[in-house]
Design a protein around this ligand. Structure first.
Ligand SMILES: Cc1cc2nc3c(=O)[nH]c(=O)nc-3n(C[C@H](O)[C@H](O)[C@H](O)COP(=O)(O)OP(=O)(O)OC[C@H]3O[C@@H](n4cnc5c(N)ncnc54)[C@H](O)[C@@H]3O)c2cc1C
Length: 212
């Protein structure tokens, strides 16, 4: 059975950034996605130019059952870190309104940046790969994938929200949560996932209103 330190399910913004950071820390990382291309939601974000961060982002802008949950991660990885990453890659950007930063060119530049960072960190990306089962073991998790099972010490479920089902969202994260963390559990990861889901749904509704 193939063995990796970290298996990430989902090659969206969250999964790719997480995979690249884990790879930079010397972990062997495999990212799988059932879609044929990574970062499809990034591609349509910000009307195709990706509003990749906001200068004024702070814990105050996050709604959560646990308002303290986002403080530590946001302190350890700030919008300035992401802006520095974008600048290092020479991606031109501009401020639109109220601190929103957009690419001058295409959102695809952000996808390419994340894929390049994963490649440089030795991360393996497998697209068109479905996950059929996850089982907890003493060593970590056994994940059944197309092409065989993989054993990983850490499993990251970054399957996104349900805002646009045709972009690959499905209910898999909830099924995995039921299995890995206990159905209906109010763990921090679940609370965060719920935040992202409602945030995404809100953005999709707003997108419909704005017509992008
Ligand atoms: C129209 C629109 C515009 C937006 N504009 C912006 C913006 O300008 N700025 C901004 O910050 N945010 C924007 N957002 C929100 C932003 O795009 C999302 O919050 C973000 O992309 C979510 O990233 P993610 O990695 O959590 O999930 P996703 O991007 O949804 O990635 C999840 C990945 O998991 C994969 N996956 C799902 N289930 C499985 C499975 N069972 N097996 C394998 N793979 C699976 C999917 O194929 C997908 O690639 C916008 C959203 C929408 C809908």
């Amino acid at each position: 059975m193939k063995n990796v330190d970290v298996l990430v399910i989902g090659a969206g913004a969250a999964g790719m950034l997480c995979a690249a950071e884990a790879g930079k820390r010397g972990r062997s990382v495999l990212v799988v996605d059932h879609a044929p291309a990574p970062g499809e939601k990034i591609r349509i974000s910000g009307g195709g130019r990706c509003n990749f961060t906001n200068i004024h982002a702070s814990p105050k802008q996050f709604i959560s059952q646990n308002p303290h949950f986002c403080i530590s991660p946001l302190a350890r990885y700030t919008q300035r870190d992401f802006i520095a990453k974008v600048e290092r890659r020479g991606i031109a950007y501009h401020e639109k309104t109220l601190g929103q930063l957009f690419c001058d060119g295409s959102a695809r530049q952000i996808i390419d940046m994340l894929v390049e960072e994963m490649t440089e960190a030795g991360v393996v990306l497998r697209l068109g790969t479905s996950v059929s089962d996850v089982a907890k073991t003493d060593e970590g998790y056994v994940v059944d994938l197309d092409g065989g099972a993989v054993l990983c010490r850490s499993l990251v479920v970054a399957c996104g929200g349900k805002s646009i089902p045709k972009m690959g969202d499905d209910r898999v994260r909830l099924r995995y949560r039921g299995k890995v963390w206990g159905r209906g559990g109010r763990d921090a990861a679940g609370a965060r996932a719920a935040d992202l889901r409602s945030n995404d749904a809100g953005k999709a509704r707003a997108a419909g209103r704005r017509g992008y």
